[in-house]
Write a protein of this length. Structure first.
Length: 329
């Protein structure tokens, strides 16, 4: 029987993560019992103490075990956390050596959504891929530069370390683990009961690009603002460098350090975000959208759009345009 430890983290922990994860693994046991088979999982809440107060005491979780009681586990689930991340990491720092020790003994570790920050704080993810909620990706990159942040992915899986995208996509990782341990048929059954779409691989369609401006470099911020105001024009890096009285190399270095994007990447992101908004709210044809955001090459636009969102422009419109959704209903 595989022992699963769901951490009852200190602070504002996602109750939905705790409850849904607990129920999904135990549901597998229920299905097995109805078929006359032995349970596959022993699922327990594990805390730093016998009682964990969440969200300023609004909720209380009673863990079945503390980390001092549990000598060995097989899978650790780190749920999402909310609030100032450095404060959250400080509240939960005592979990870190325990997680490292369990991993060295053979346990696997899975982080859900922003729980990735706690997993990354162990150092176990250094040099490996990790996903989290796209809203927190820039902060994650800044805090953990040695981890390969891949915010477009729903699930990462490397060397017994797992992570998931944001919010309810966390449940896709739980389904993934159920499939791994209990088989495809069991995962399909759970997906139907919980009404979770199986085999989602990307959270790109949900990402809203908001340029990283909390960096303190005024010249880079001026470059960002110029790009955002003039994205419909053919802007060059040299043009921006001249405007700011910087040489191109210095500007590119500072821009990348401040925003984690190259200038060309930033321009593309701004253009694609504008295109997404147009596709969501208007009925103008795809080529008109392309021209509005400053593209003249149809192939380049469609390729960049799909690389950024995971969908073609027409697929994106069909999924998110209000008029299209109304017609479908």
């Amino acid at each position: 029987m595989k022992h699963i430890s769901i951490l009852a983290l200190e602070g504002e922990t996602s109750l939905s993560n705790l409850e849904a994860t607990y129920k999904m693994f135990n549901m597998v046991n229920g299905f097995l019992a109805s078929a006359g088979k032995a349970p596959l999982f022993k699922v327990q809440m594990v805390g730093l103490s016998k009682e964990t107060r969440l969200t300023n005491g609004l909720f209380t979780v009673i863990p079945q075990l503390t980390i001092k009681d549990l000598i060995k586990t097989d899978l650790i689930i780190i749920p999402a956390v909310h609030g100032p991340i450095k404060h959250i990491l400080e509240l939960n720092r005592d979990y870190v050596p325990w997680i490292i020790s369990q991993y060295k003994q053979g346990a696997e570790v899975a982080s859900l959504c922003i729980g990735a920050f706690i997993l990354a704080s162990t150092g176990l993810l250094n040099g490996k891929e990790c996903s989290t909620h796209w809203l927190s990706a820039a902060e994650f990159k800044s805090m953990f530069p040695e981890v390969k942040m891949v915010p477009d992915k729903i699930i990462t899986d490397e060397f017994g370390l797992y992570s998931s995208g944001g919010a309810f996509s966390s449940m896709n990782l739980v389904l993934y683990l159920i499939e791994k341990y209990a088989g495809r048929d069991m995962a399909i059954m759970c997906s139907k009961v919980f009404e979770i779409e199986m085999d989602r691989h990307s959270q790109s369609p949900f990402i809203i690009f908001k340029g990283q401006k909390e960096h303190g470099d005024d010249l880079v911020r001026k470059a960002q603002e110029y790009i955002e105001k003039n994205y419909q024009e053919r802007i060059t890096v040299d043009q921006i460098a001249d405007m700011l009285a910087l040489n191109r190399r210095s500007l590119e270095r500072r821009f990348k350090k401040a925003t984690t994007n190259t200038i060309v990447e930033y321009m593309q992101c701004v253009k694609i975000e504008a295109a997404k908004k147009s596709l969501e709210s208007s009925r103008i044809n795809i080529n008109e959208v392309m021209y509005q955001v400053g593209y003249t090459d149809t192939k380049a636009f469609r390729t960049t759009f799909k690389r950024t969102t995971g969908l073609s422009p027409i697929e994106y419109r069909n999924k998110y345009n209000r008029a299209q959704i109304g017609l479908a209903g």
